[in-house]
Design a protein around this ligand. Structure first.
Ligand code: FE2
Ligand code: FE2
Length: 184
């Protein structure tokens, strides 16, 4: 089910907005929604950075991802129902909405101009693969749980608690190493 990369990215943006709505309206399990949002935003951002941005001038967008991930961290750490949670949510929504608007009005149209339909399909497949890989790593899929080892999501949580700088940019090995250094 190959689809072009622009359709895939845009679809994710709408899903993220749906999750924001649920959090704003305090619908359902807030923690579960935040976990879903966290996994989706990280997987989406990594897939864009690794498979889509390299072909276009997207330095500014990478900076925006970093900024959004700091705000995402604050939301993950906040207790649902508190003023701190509401504040973190508002800040994240503002940051992401701005970023999504830029992607959809500047980056993606530029990409569409520079690549033909076949190339957009090829990038779509690459984007989807990278995104799925990251989601698997975050949820502790088959490759993440071997030998009772901590999953990437678990390491990430520990890194959040230890307030390790740059954690959202780290892969599983780097997280494990940073945690070992923080403890020693
Ligand atoms: Fe995006
Ligand atoms: Fe992005």
């Amino acid at each position: 089910m190959a689809t072009d990369v622009i359709t895939l990215i845009t679809k994710d943006h709408r899903v993220v907005e749906g999750l924001f709505e649920r959090l704003k309206k305090k619908e359902g399990d807030q923690r579960a929604t935040v976990a879903e949002l966290h996994a989706l935003l990280i997987a989406h951002a990594r897939a864009e950075e690794d498979r889509v941005y390299p072909g276009i001038d997207a330095h500014h967008s990478v900076e925006e991802h970093k900024e959004a991930e700091v705000l995402l961290d604050s939301l993950v750490r906040a207790e649902p129902g508190t003023a701190e949670f509401a504040k973190a949510l508002d800040a994240l929504i503002e940051s992401i909405n701005h970023h999504v608007e830029e992607e959809e009005t500047k980056l993606l149209p530029a990409l569409k101009k520079s690549a033909d339909a076949k190339e957009l399909e090829r990038l779509g497949t690459l984007f989807q693969q990278r995104r799925a890989e990251e989601l698997r790593a975050l949820s502790g899929g088959p490759s993440g749980t071997a030998g009772g080892e901590a999953t990437k999501a678990e390491l990430y949580e520990q890194a959040q608690r230890a307030d390790i700088p740059g954690r959202s940019q780290m892969d599983k090995e780097e997280l494990a190493q940073a945690l070992r250094q923080a403890k020693s």
